[in-house]
Design a protein around this ligand. Structure first.
Ligand SMILES: Cc1cc2nc3c(=O)[nH]c(=O)nc-3n(C[C@H](O)[C@H](O)[C@H](O)COP(=O)(O)O)c2cc1C
Ligand SMILES: C=C(O[C@@H]1CC(C(=O)O)=C[C@@H](OP(=O)(O)O)[C@H]1O)C(=O)O
Length: 386
C-alpha cells in the first residue's frame, strides 16, 4: 500500500489518496471520525481545536461500506479556511497576498530552511504545509489501516509516558485496560498522579509563554511472526517504524523495546529467552526487543516509543532575524498549542498502524480480503505447528 497527503493548514481541506487497500474490507466512516476526534483532544492544545471538528469524507474507492480495490480518497475539511479564504486563495486576490506574511522565522519550525530552499520570501508558504495540521489526514489514513488490522485480530493502543520532567510510573496492564484508561485521561496517561503534575506543568508553560514536549508509546498486539524482513535494509520493519515515527512533526527520537536502555545492560539482561508450548508454539519469556528481531516481528507485542520536542511557536518568542531587514527581532507569533504530546500519541498510533498494515499486505496476497483472510489463517496455523 502507499499514500500521499496534500493540503495546507489554512487551505480548504486536507486530502489523502491511498492505494493498495484490499477489496471487500468493510470501512466505517464513524470509526475514522472517532480517531479524528481523539487526535483533537488533549490538555495543552490551542484555540484552533475549538474551531475544527474534523470529519472525514470518502470520495473514492469505497462503495456501500466496502473497499473496491480502487484508490481511496479521503478528505478532511478545514473549518478555519472560512477566515483565510483570500489569504490562502489559489487565484490572485488583490491585497490579500501580503496579509499575514511571515518574515521572522521561528526557531525550531521549518520556516527559514524551507524559505531558502523553495525561494519563498513569505514564509507562510512553508508554514502552511509544514504545520502538523497535516496529521489530521494521516490519522484518517491510519484509521483505515486500523480497520484492516482489526480484521486479523491485530489491535493497538498508545499512551503518554512523559511530559517535560514528569515521568509516569509504569504499570502492567492489558491492552484493553490501557485503551480504556488513557481515553479517560486529558493527557493520555495511565498514572493519575503524574497526570495531575503533567497538566500543572502544561498550564505553567502556557502562562510563561513557553511549550513542552514528552514521550509517547504505541503497543500493537496480535501481530503474526515474520512481518518485515532481514534480507534488505529498506524492508526491515523496525527501520520503517522508526521512519514513520520520525516523520511526525516535532518527533526527534525513536526507541523499539527497551531501546536506549540496552546500551547500559549486558546481553543476558537484554535478549528474550525462547520458549515453546503445544498450545501456542514459539514465544518469549520477556519482550525487551519490543516484538522485533532482525527487522521482523517475533509475534510478541510491538512496542515503539517516540520523543516529541517542545512546540516551536512560543508566545514569549526566542530571538530571530527579519528576512527583510536582516535585523534581530523576536520570532513571529502564530496561534499555537503549548503542548501537543497527547494528540501526538494518537498520531503515533496512526502511523504505526499504517506500517503494520502495510507489512501485512506485503507478506500476504492482498488484492482482496477474501485472499488475505484465508492466507493469514493458513500462515498462523503453520507458525503454531512450526
Ligand atoms: C499534533 C501536533 C501539533 C503541533 N502543534 C504545533 C503548534 O501549535 N505550533 C507549532 O509551532 N508547532 C506545532 N507542532 C510542531 C511543528 O509542526 C513542527 O515542530 C514543525 O513542523 C517543524 O518540524 P520538526 O519539529 O519535525 O523539525 C505540532 C506537532 C504535532 C505533532
Ligand atoms: C491545526 C492543527 O495544529 C496546528 C499545528 C501547528 C503547527 O505549526 O504544526 C500550528 C497550529 O496551527 P494554527 O496556527 O492554525 O492554530 C496548530 O493548531 C491540528 O493539529 O489540527
Amino acid at each position: 500500500m502507499r499514500y500521499l497527503t496534500a493540503g495546507e493548514s489554512h487551505g480548504p481541506q486536507l486530502t489523502a489518496i491511498i492505494e493498495g487497500v484490499p477489496s471487500n474490507l468493510p470501512i466505517s466512516v464513524e470509526a475514522i471520525n472517532e480517531q479524528l476526534a481523539r487526535r483533537q483532544k488533549g490538555h495543552g492544545r490551542g484555540r484552533r481545536m475549538q474551531i475544527e471538528k474534523d470529519q472525514v469524507k470518502i470520495l473514492s474507492g469505497v462503495r456501500h461500506g466496502y473497499t473496491t480495490g480502487a484508490p481511496i480518497t479521503l478528505v478532511v475539511e478545514n473549518k478555519d479556511w472560512a477566515h483565510w479564504q483570500g489569504i490562502m486563495s489559489a487565484e490572485p486576490v488583490e491585497g490579500a497576498e501580503e496579509k499575514r506574511r511571515v518574515s521572522r522565522p521561528r526557531p525550531g519550525h521549518a520556516d527559514l530552511n524551507g524559505a531558502i530552499k523553495y525561494h519563498q520570501r513569505d514564509m507562510r508558504n512553508i508554514l502552511e504545509r509544514s504545520s502538523a495540521r497535516e496529521t489530521a489526514i494521516r490519522v484518517a489514513v491510519g484509521a483505515v489501516a486500523r480497520q484492516l488490522l482489526g480484521a486479523f485480530g491485530i489491535r493497538l493502543g498508545g499512551q503518554v509516558l512523559q511530559i517535560n520532567e514528569v515521568v509516569a510510573k509504569r504499570e502492567n496492564v492489558t491492552l484493553d485496560e490501557l485503551i480504556a484508561r488513557t481515553e479517560e485521561s486529558p493527557v493520555r496517561c495511565l498514572d493519575k498522579e503524574a497526570e495531575q503534575r503533567m497538566m500543572a506543568a502544561i498550564d505553567k508553560a502556557k502562562e510563561d509563554g513557553d511549550s513542552l514536549g514528552g514521550i509517547v508509546e504505541v503497543i500493537v498486539e496480535g501481530v503474526p511472526i515474520g512481518l518485515g524482513s532481514h534480507v534488505q535494509w529498506d524492508r526491515k520493519l523496525d527501520g520503517r517504524l522508526a521512519q514513520a515515527i520520525m516523520s511526525i512533526q516535532a518527533f526527534k527520537g525513536v526507541e523499539i523495546g527497551i531501546g536506549f536502555e540496552a546500551a547500559g545492560l549486558a546481553g543476558s539482561q537484554v535478549h528474550d529467552e525462547i520458549v515453546w508450548s503445544e498450545e501456542s508454539g514459539y514465544s518469549r519469556k520477556s519482550n525487551r526487543a519490543g516484538g522485533l528481531e532482525g527487522g521482523m516481528t517475533t509475534g510478541m507485542p510491538v512496542v515503539v516509543r517516540g520523543v516529541m520536542k517542545p512546540i516551536p511557536t512560543l508566545y514569549k518568542p526566542l530571538m530571530s532575524v527579519d528576512i527583510d531587514s536582516r535585523e534581530a527581532f523576536s520570532a513571529s507569533i502564530e496561534r499555537s498549542d503549548s503542548c501537543a504530546v497527547p494528540a501526538a500519541s494518537v498520531v503515533a498510533e496512526a502511523v504505526v498502524a499504517w506500517e503494520i498494515a502495510n507489512a501485512m499486505c506485503e507478506k500476504f496476497p492482498s488484492d482482496s480480503m477474501d485472499d488475505m483472510l484465508e492466507n493469514v489463517r493458513q500462515y498462523r496455523e503453520y507458525t503454531e505447528k512450526f
